[in-house]
Every structure is written in structure tokens, then in C-alpha cells.
Design a protein around this ligand. Sequence first.
Ligand SMILES: N[C@@H](CCC(=O)N[C@@H](CS)C(=O)NCC(=O)O)C(=O)O
Length: 400
Amino acid sequence: MNLLLVRLLCRPPVSSRLVLLCRGSSSHFSTNNRVTSSSNTATQQIFISSGNRKFQTAAMAESKITDWVPNNDKTGEFKRQQSSFRNFISRDKGAQFPAEKGRYHLYVSFACPWATRTLIARKLKGLEDIVSFSAVHWYMGPKGWRFPTLEDTDAAGENVTPSPVEGHEKFTHIREVYFQANPDYEGRFTVPVLYDKIQKTIVNNESSEILRMFGTEFDDLVDEPYRGVDLYPAALRKDIDEAHAWQYDLINNGVYKSGFATTQEAYERNVVALFEALDKAEAHLSAAAGGGPFWFGDKITEVDVRLFVTIIRFDPVYVQHFKCNIRDIRSGYPAIHRWMRHLYWQVPAFKDTTNFLHIKNHYTRSHTNINPLSITPLGPVPDILPLGEEVAAVAAARRA
Ligand SMILES: N[C@@H](CCC(=O)N[C@@H](CS)C(=O)NCC(=O)O)C(=O)O
């Protein structure tokens, strides 16, 4: 605890020598240690064994869907389950899941950062006429994500509709898609879900892999400008994998590990690690200031897509709902803020797939264990600042 306090007191701008001194004295908390213990690159992910599944299910059966940490887990740590459906669409004609126009449907939630990664990639790669999509209602109740009904008037957004997939007309919840694919399914009913309308099964429910296959496997079907969008270029693969490893564990999943923690210790451990990782991102993007505007200079890559979906939710939700409030993005991280706003305002795939209504309502009204009265905070206003506009204190400091 003392160590944490010391580290928080040492929180000035990333570039300061004081921060370096503080970090140097706490190497057992180092970012590298964390990364090696649980990274999530596509190559390192594993299938869950049926043994594990049984364990998870027994624990889940006794608890509510929003008990992110099982009641009997004294560590207080949120542990994300591994995705279960891990097949790949392939451009090879003889593949089990060949790339074909109109064959696949993507189920997403606009609230969900993982699902939104895949929606962004779908747009960046020009797959709108090739892979259909629909979005669930933002409210995730006791049975998990539900399909909107025609009576719903509180969930505006593109393709927020009952399932348009033939055979799914009577489905009310995403869980029914999982049970169609595997009647014995025992995992969580997560989005995104990439569904094959021909074989009537789930191809994949792991966003990092859906993003990866959207990046290349439909290239024979898209127009030239989209073929040229290479989100995982050979020359940058090592750097991209390295960035994914720490960003997944400490930022993308770090906000959840902070917000879902059920002990003070677990919360503090994770939130401090999260802000250290944000400092690292800030340092990277500041150094790239002359270049940019993307994480790797002038090339948009998977790193931009995967990091953006967490950062855009940070000020509107994670700061207050997940208690990630050591700083916020708009006043505490100028380079991340600039990078995020560039993506949102200048690259349509990012703005078009960001729906703040779904984002704010989902977290604050579905996670009743965290927010029992389901009151959605109004701020910050606006959800995202226009380009060139700053919060008053930042603007004043710039003028001074
Ligand atoms: N590993 C998955 C995680 C997806 C995930 O956790 N999605 C959340 C929404 S943000 C979900 O559907 N949760 C429902 C549940 O856990 O019951 C991925 O990256 O695709």
C-alpha cells in the first residue's frame, strides 16, 4: 500500500525525471512482467479445455451474469475467459470457411469495445456489402445480450435491429446463436460473433482474430483502394505484436480488471498498472508527434483500431464507472487525446462506429453490481471534444 501511495504521488508528466526515478525503484511491478504473464496476441491464445469449461460453468451457475469475479474468488481479480470459437475465414477456395460475399453475419454491440474493433475493420476494408452486421440492444440483462425488438425506441443506431439472419427470426438473445452452434456450450455469451449463414454455425467469437481475418481474407472481393489497406504489414508485425501484448493486458483489459475488481488491493494493483501503461502510450505518441498521425506514423494499423476503442470510452465511462480516475484523457494525456481525436474526426470508420448512447447506457445500467441505481452520469460534456478545442484549464495553460 505504501508503495502504491508513493507511486501515485509520483504522477507528474511522463517526461519528468521524477517519474523515471519512481519507476526504477519498483521493478517488480514492471510492465514487462505483466505482459509476459498474460498477453493476448492471436498466436498465444489457447482453446479452453472442456475441464476448464466445467469449472467456469459450475462457478457461473451459482452467480449472476454480472458477477464478473466469482463470489468464492478471494483474489478479487477479474479473469477474462478465453473465446471458444476459433475458426478462420480463408481466401483459399477449398477452405472450411471460404471468403464469400453475403455468407457471413457479424453480431456486435455498439457498447462493446471488442466488438467495435471488428466493425471498424469492416469499414476500413470496405466489407460493408460483403459481411452483414447487426447490433444488439445496449442493455445486457440476466440472460445476456438481447436482440432489439421493433418496439424499442431507446437504442438508436445503425442496424440496431432484430436479427436479420434467416432462421434467427424468433431468437431473442445472443445465447440462442451460441446454442445453435453448440447445444452444449457452457461459456459466456459474448459479442462479437461472426456467424456463417450457410453452415449455420459460429466461425469465431474472438475480436482480435476477426479483425485479423477481415484485414486480408476478403481482399480478392474488395476494390483496389481497400486491398491496399494493410492493417498488419509484414515490416511492422514484430512491433505490432509487441504493442498488442502490453496494451491488451494493461489497457484494453486493464480498465475491466480495475472496474470489476472486488477488493481494494486488486483495484489498486490494476488501476496503477493501467495508468503506467497510459503513460507509456503517451510517451510513444509524443515522440511520434512530428510524424503521426497514427501509432506507427503514416500507416494505420491494428494497433490504432485496438487501442482506440478503449480510449474513446475512457472519459465518458471508464473514469467514473470503472474508477479509472487517476487522470482523464482530455486533461491528462495530450498526445493520446490528439491521436484519438484525429482517428475519430478524420477517419470515418472510427466515428461511424462509435455510439455514445449505447456505450454510456450499457455500462451504467447493465452493471448493476457496480451502479445499483442505474443512474447514468451526464458528463463529461461533450463526449468527445471537437478538433482544436480543449478543456478550459488546458486551453488556459496553453495561452499562459
Ligand atoms: N475475447 C473476447 C471478449 C469479448 C467480450 O468480453 N465481450 C463482452 C462485451 S464488451 C461481452 O459480450 N460480455 C458478455 C458476458 O461476458 O456475458 C473478444 O475480444 O472478442
